[in-house]
Write a protein that binds this ligand. Sequence first.
Ligand code: TXA
Ligand code: MG
Length: 335
Amino acid sequence: MTAGLADPHTKMAHVRAADARAIGDAAVAIRAGLLVAFPTETVYGLGANALDGKAVAAIFAAKRRPRFNPLIIHVADTVEARRHGVFSEDAEKLAKEFWPGPLTLVAPKRPQSEVADLATAGLDTIALRVPAGEVARELLQRAGVPIAAPSANLSGHVSATTAAHVASDLGDAVEMVLDGGPTRHGLESTIVRVVEGEPPQLLRAGAIERDAIEIVLGRSLTAPTDGEVTAPGQLGSHYAPRTELRLDATDLRPEEVMLAFGAPPPGIEPALNLSATGDLVEAAANLFSHLRRLDEMEVRRAAVMPIPKTGLGEAINDRLTRAAAPRRRGKGKTR
Ligand code: TXA
Ligand code: MG
């Protein structure tokens, strides 16, 4: 739709050279809840307004991610990062040394942070990064909101380091691709978990080498279990609501409330509806917050209506199945 400097090879009219005007338009698109792919100094990111759960859900749909892995939240500076994450002494040291730059810090998420639960996959930690790439920095400044952005590739593909890669992977799923040329590092950011009282942990090796980080911290990083990050979204236990869940439910039994999807069965008033219109994007956006709300209601069990297994429904069902799985630890009578 957008007229721009399209590369004929990509057949994508919405690839635009990342000049001031295109970045301004991209910022408007982000604020409107649309997806924008943009270059960072590491790889291209597929960005959405991190405060907008529906926009974040669209990221997972565009990437065809089968699971809701938590996303990296890109912010303009350290001051903004501290509004969303609790910074330990180690976090402060690393931010001072490496930001802006290809380092992602995983820190406890502040309860006041308005970053959508889906962006952090319902975890109590948040991955934050202040990118160094000029286009990314300008986009963040102009958008004025934190931008959730995984690498701009289809799930299972390698990260995209040029706008053409992004366009061929994501096609029309993205409103605009800002073309800033090939990325400088071509390798994703290094991810370090920094939580007060825990030894700092290298979750993913990346563009900043371990040694450089250890020198700044004055201690060694605990090793990642295997080269790649243990994506918490893939651990069955990472977010389990206290409320028991009964899946694919079409009726309501004693001591249950209904978590609906689409029109509820006749005569049943659902406690919550993931999407009254049966929209999977909306359901994904609501999923983690609705599970939390069920906990707040202190109900014994929720009957969850069937959700189609197609598209984003695969990820929604994956998360619900994990959330419904028997707990490994005690039930926890108190909150
Ligand atoms: O260089 C990069 O980091 C690029 C650019 C676009 O910034 N982004 C990127 O995002 O590589 P993605 O989604 O492809 O990888 C993010 C990784 C995932 O493996 C995810 O599991 C991990 O970060 N992650 C996010 N939040 C986390 C958290 N709270 N705890 C542990 N790991 C987390
Ligand atoms: Mg990736």
